[in-house]
Design a binder for this molecule. Structure first.
Ligand code: TMP
Length: 205
């Protein structure tokens, strides 16, 4: 089973990923995690290029090709192998992020990304948790850390990304569970655990 977590910076994804991983392991499942862009050796190099500050212009097309280079490589070298071996894979971001950040956030044509995605022959998550917070809350939560190239984008940018995620969630209700990330860590953990177990039960018949 393939589970992804999405949300703008500071939405609490990492905490919930750790909690879900711990719960699944405690209940006897084999679990592995990935992060995007990244995870594989080549992917981590692409991540560095993608996130590093630069005075050069970085077009959303450039970003999209970097992201899909990393994503295809990840699919071939990590994701499929682990899924085929029966592991539960938890992803810290996946393809929805490209639609939210590069298309809704930066104006890249969504039909172009849909085409690249389809042509790349990639897996789709069985379940996606979208953790919703406002762009203002996000800025507040990350303002005391050193920001990378993407985190330095404006509040208006993150508001567009958030709207993108909400749109993706409303168009994919079978797959995407939209969560109010203002709830307590425990409440969110319980909702995420319940939905994951439901999905696992369906998958196991
Ligand atoms: P993170 O690991 O801290 O979430 O950093 C990854 C950054 O990359 C984050 O700002 C979101 C951005 N990103 C995109 O813009 N598009 C994508 O498709 C992905 C996976 C990430």
């Amino acid at each position: 089973m393939f589970i992804s977590f999405e949300g703008i910076e500071g939405s609490g994804k990492s905490t919930q990923i750790e909690l879900l991983e711990a719960h699944l392991k405690d209940t006897g499942h084999r679990v592995t995690k990935l992060r995007e862009p990244g995870t594989t050796k080549m992917g981590e190099k692409i991540r560095d290029i993608f996130l590093q500050d630069t005075t050069e212009l970085v077009d959303p097309i450039t970003e999209a090709f970097l992201l899909y280079a990393s994503r295809k490589h990840l699919d071939q070298n990590f994701l499929r192998k682990n899924i085929d071996n029966g592991l539960i894979v938890i992803a810290d971001r996946y393809a929805d992020a490209t639609v939210a950040y590069q298309c809704y956030g930066k104006g890249l044509d969504k039909s172009f990304i849909d085409y690249v995605h389809r042509s790349s022959d990639l897996l789709t998550p069985d379940l996606t948790f979208y953790m919703d917070i406002s762009a203002e809350q996000s800025r507040e939560r990350i303002s005391n850390r050193e920001m990378d190239r993407m985190e330095r984008e404006s509040v208006e940018f993150f508001d567009r990304v958030r709207k993108g995620y909400l749109q993706i969630a409303s168009e994919n209700t079978e797959r995407v569970v939209s969560l109010d990330a203002n709830k307590s860590i425990d409440e969110l953990r319980d909702e995420i655990t319940t939905k994951t177990i439901e999905k696992l039960n369906v998958a196991l018949g």
